[in-house]
Ligand binder design. Structure first.
Ligand code: B12
Length: 221
């Protein structure tokens, strides 16, 4: 085994330990190990995708199989959030601010916020001033905030197939009232086709993709 291989294996083992700690709902251990990776200079996207998001996906599958229930999802989310909080300063750090204004929220009926928060942090890191309306945001609330802030981009998140219709309702309200600004959508049950169908400008499958879209919008694309 050459040196590079042994480094890769070390990293795999450490990412695996973070993944396992998230699935053990050990928020302290997750925070400690994530902080260690930051010290070691591990690529943040690798850390987020291969350890933290991978654990949430596994938890989602266990939930779908009836092996775990809502309390476990909540504890897993808490552990993942403990890791993301360590990464927040790195993800949001940027020199040039503001590139534009972004308004984020999870649509009505939906309480999932981890993905939305990650998109918000990365938008901040990309130079955007981010206003986050939180979860369970009604179309009118989005509208009122947009009137006040005049955002360059609005990001809607939904994680439930049952709440994607509220994404549609939100966009219908905006378009019906003549809003021509950029609206992007995301979340596990959302697709590019669905985005086009409901009148969104675009869809991104992950947070870096959302930042690419938002930067394109403010650049006039
Ligand atoms: C954690 C979790 C919860 C937690 C949420 C805690 C929190 N604060 O967010 C709690 C316990 C509250 C919860 C509740 C429920 N949940 Co839940 N949950 C999950 C779980 C395990 C992880 C979600 C997550 O955070 N993933 C990690 C993040 C980083 O990924 P993400 O959200 O997909 O975001 C990424 C992209 O999608 C994208 N993105 C997201 N938003 C946006 C927005 C924009 C603009 C852009 C560009 C990109 C983007 O970028 C992100 C980063 O890469 C998923 C399983 C899964 N595989 O997703 C189930 C899951 C979403 N839940 C599910 C269900 C059924 C429920 C409940 C109905 C359960 C119940 N019986 O009560 C409730 C609903 C509550 C409600 N009204 O919202 C189902 C949904 C099935 C479906 N298709 O509808 C899933 C898929 C589990 C499953 N396999 O069955 N849940």
């Amino acid at each position: 085994m050459n040196d590079n291989d042994s480094h890769a294996t070390d990293l795999d083992a450490r990412l695996d330990a973070i993944y396992e700690a998230t699935l053990d709902f050990d928020a302290d251990a997750v925070a400690r190990m994530v902080a260690k990776e930051v010290e070691l200079g591990t690529d943040l996207q690798t850390l987020i995708n291969d350890a933290l998001i991978a654990a949430m996906e596994e938890l989602g599958e266990l939930f779908a199989e009836g092996e775990v229930f809502v309390p476990e999802l909540l504890m897993g989310a808490k552990a993942m959030k403990a890791g993301l909080e360590i990464l927040r300063p790195l993800l949001t750090a940027t020199e040039a601010k503001p590139r534009g204004v972004a308004l984020m929220g999870t649509v009505h009926g939906d309480l999932h916020d981890i993905g939305k928060n990650l998109v918000g942090m990365m938008l901040e890191g990309g130079g955007f001033e981010v206003h986050d309306l939180g979860v369970n945001v009604a179309p009118e609330e989005f509208w009122d905030a947009a009137q006040e802030l005049r955002p360059d981009v609005i990001g809607l998140s939904a994680l439930l197939t049952t709440t994607t219709p509220n994404m549609r309702r939100t966009i219908e309200l905006f378009r019906g009232r003549g809003w021509n600004g950029h609206i992007m959508v995301g979340g596990a049950p959302v697709s590019k086709d669905f985005a086009a169908e409901i009148g969104a400008d675009d869809y991104a499958s992950d947070a870096p993709g959302g930042v690419v879209l938002a930067k394109r919008y403010v650049a006039g694309g």
